[in-house]
Ligand binder design. Structure first.
Ligand SMILES: [Zn+2]
Length: 538
């Protein structure tokens, strides 16, 4: 999910778009959508963990619906595109962490003080000095470099998540992604990283984060797609215990957190202790499928181009119980988006919408493992890469209060933003850019995999105005239900909001499919760079 303050330029494409047919009159009432959510998020689907029987069941259900509705398969095996993964799980009984101070080990309690992250291929043993590098960012565009003037070679860097206020949020998000972080660490010669979540922007409290720490993480089996290679250690440190790292350094974590809260510049300094890590990993092979269906276009030429509607179908499976419930159903995350794409696929097909371009409906797997299914699809698409003109992704759009304002991630980055604005405003809904750019939402869901291949993309959700009662409702939802078993079917949803939201997504898909021009990145968009990087490969 993830940015913003660029001027809107009405390009000729957007103007021309006004001559294409107006989006359909209100169409959805939320009931058909909720019907699908009820199946996908039922206990039978066991929380749809990547590679699980539960997820296979959910995938079969979607494919059965697609077949019944007469959509065309567009995977490599019918509707399916199998993807291979390696799963990595930490065996804490064979793992340990300690701070080393004056030659003495001070053991850390896994789950209390800190935890391993298997997002990197943890080395069996790491013994290295620690150095605090502030936000740990290297952003060439801003000539900003937290690694300059401090020796991190052979060391483990300690950083707090976040960015200084001078950093536009698109840059801040991009450079906090695991792939960019790994690159910066490798270039600086660091062997690993201890990341302290910024207490001012934590979605999930530590008490819940620690429950998930022994869940397997995954990487694509094709190691050329593993961008964290070479990083030997990744540890997440409990901010409540982080003073342990700073004791004797002349700085306190409180001082750092207070500065980071206001996005102020941070000092850089060596820490008095080193880290000693022993990590035991259990690795297994996993296979899981993306699902791809197509609605062919009608224009002899434009039908060779595709508007992609995507949503991730996987969630977290069965895990540590919270209030006696072990099934992480993922009704909003992302049963809601998977149901929406299915509902729109069926609606467009049944209404015999004749669209000029083809539409590709893509349910990706392994989003929760780091956008892996979408990364595989976007790098190995089942249609020519250059034929995908846009990605409209839906992830956790949260219809938990009435839809009065639509939040659009990527609103000011491409023509898609202008098109959303037109569609939404025709339906009486105002749009706004991400009100919380520091949550990095634009890079935190599957649209980012398409963006990195140069494809303009947008994601939307039911919005709120900062400071409003809806903002409180949303924050409460994140704290209590996000990635918890209570994101299930027993939660209040606003069906009318879901229906209106579907109307907008469908209206946008129709508009993009019929527009004479394919959407373009804005000339000043940060994300335009990927188009240039990838054009050679097309
Ligand atoms: Zn999620």
């Amino acid at each position: 999910m993830m940015k913003r303050l660029l001027p809107i330029v009405l390009l000729s494409a957007a103007l021309a778009a006004q001559s294409s047919p107006a989006p359909n009159a209100p169409n959805f009432d939320g009931n058909s959508w909720w019907g699908y959510v009820k199946v996908l998020a039922s206990d039978q689907m066991e929380g749809r963990e990547t590679g699980s029987d539960g997820l296979r069941k959910a995938a079969t259900y979607i494919v059965d619906q697609l077949k019944a509705d007469g959509l065309q398969p567009a995977g490599t095996k019918g509707f399916y595109q199998p993807v291979k993964f390696v799963s990595r799980q930490i065996d804490e009984s064979g793992s340990s962490l300690a701070l080393v101070r004056n030659g003495k080990d001070e053991p850390l309690v896994l789950g209390e003080d800190a935890m391993f992250s298997t997002r990197v291929d943890l080395a069996p043993q790491v013994d290295a000095p620690l150095v605090f590098v502030g936000y740990g960012l290297r952003v060439p565009e801003k000539k900003y470099d937290d690694f300059v003037g401090i020796d991190v070679k052979g060391k483990v860097v300690v950083l707090i998540s976040g960015s200084p206020s001078e950093m536009p949020s698109a840059l801040a998000s991009h450079y906090q992604s695991m792939s960019e972080r790994s690159k910066a660490l490798r270039e600086a010669g660091a062997v690993g990283m201890i990341s302290i979540p910024n207490p001012a922007s934590m979605d999930i409290p530590w008490s819940r984060m620690k429950l998930a720490r022994t869940r397997p993480s995954m990487v694509l089996a094709d190691s050329s797609l593993d961008e964290s290679q070479g990083i030997k250690l990744l540890v997440v440190f409990n901010p409540a215990d982080a003073e342990k790292l700073f004791d004797g350094s002349g700085h306190s974590f409180q001082e750092i957190a207070d500065l980071a809260k206001d996005r102020k510049p941070l000092p850089h300094f060596p820490l008095p202790s080193g880290i000693k890590a022993k990590a035991k990993l259990i690795k297994t092979q996993v296979e899981s499928d993306n699902i791809i269906a197509k609605l062919p276009g009608t224009d002899p030429k434009l039908k060779e181009e595709y508007v992609v509607l995507s949503a991730h179908i996987d969630h977290l499976g069965i895990g540590e119980p919270i209030n006696g419930d072990r099934i992480y159903n993922g009704a909003m995350d992302n049963g809601s988006g998977s149901a929406l794409v299915l509902d729109i696929a069926n609606s467009l097909h049944r209404s015999h919408a004749s669209l000029k371009r083809s539409v590709l409906f893509v349910w990706v797997t392994a989003e929760e493992k780091g956008l892996l299914g979408s990364k595989f699809f976007a790098t190995h698409p089942t249609v020519p890469k250059n034929s995908m003109v846009a990605d409209i992704n839906t992830d956790m759009f949260l219809p938990i209060f009435p839809l009065k304002v639509l939040t659009v991630y990527g609103l000011d980055e491409s023509d898609l933003g202008d098109m959303v604005r037109q569609v939404a405003e025709q339906q009486g809904i105002q749009v706004q850019p991400d009100p919380e750019p520091l949550r990095n939402s634009f890079i935190r869901s599957d649209q980012y995999s398409f963006i990195r291949q140069g494809i303009p993309a947008v994601a939307m959700k039911v919005g709120f105005v900062p400071g409003s009662p809806e903002a409180v409702t949303e924050k409460k939802w994140l704290t209590e239900r996000y990635h918890a078993p209570s994101d299930d079917l027993d939660q209040p949803v606003d069906l009318a909001a879901a229906g209106k939201f579907e109307d907008i997504v469908q209206g946008l898909a129709i508009k993009v499919a019929n527009d004479p021009q394919r959407p373009q990145w804005k000339s000043d968009s940060f994300f335009r760079r990927f188009m240039a990087q990838n054009s050679a490969a097309r």
